[in-house]
Design a protein around this ligand. Sequence first.
Ligand code: ARG
Length: 294
Amino acid sequence: MIAEHPPLPQNISIAELPQMPLPRAVLVCPPDCFDVVDVKNPFMEGQQGHVDYALAKRQWLEVMRAFEQIGVEVRELPPAPGCEDMVFCANPIFAGLDSDDQRVCVLSHMRFPSRQPEVAAHARWYRENGYRVVEIPGGLFEGSGDALWHPGRRLIWGGYGHRTNREVYTRISRVFDTPVLTLELKTEMFYHLDTCFCPVDERTVLVYPPALTAEGFEMVRDVFPRVIEVEHQEAIQAMACNAAAFLGKYVVIPRGAPIAVRKLRELGFQVVEVDTSEFLKSGGSVFCMKMYLF
Ligand code: ARG
């Protein structure tokens, strides 16, 4: 379960892990070329030709407005022609800070060749914006679709099984000098970790347990004192776990998950709901429409 670099104590106590700043900015990419042209995940089945482009653009702007209202700085990467999935900025790279608080990112090896050109565009942007850009050899890896920072701590959660090979986390752990807890993704539907697991703050997570193994879910429960289990319907139809949390108190969540929203509000989070119906047709929503920047 654990890629041990540096080794984690058997009983993981979050409070003992070094702190890490929370992201205050995001990188996004306008959906100018967005479309569903093939089936890369079960959400895309039967959706070719069904995207309403004008609506997609309006929904994307609504997501941007939600980020800005919270006070998050929004940086933009221009879309590359022919890259229909490029709006999903979370996938071609995984960005963060190393243990000296230096900006660093690791390039993805996308499972589908049609998404590979996105990686070069991201690499360029990150290089120009002061990140050390690291390429790791071999193995599939889909960036922040599968690798997620534990909010506020030097710990990475690493999903694997569909778009990412588990072995890559040994290298990633080394690059960021941070332990990685790996979670196997059991179902076709929840193909990226960000489709079923959303760390909201240091102590709280939104999760859809059936997407994980029993041991994986156990580990999640060991680490997070507050586990919000998302209902089947909300996890699939609204992609409720593909939410983005900011500054330990805000959550931007796909509309259509009233139960998850109520639970988050009961815990004191300020929740903004946004309609992302057009992006759900491609199997993505709020979380993967941005990359957290540090
Ligand atoms: N159509 C895209 C794909 O299948 C969606 C990616 C969504 N990203 C995510 N992290 N869930 O690659």
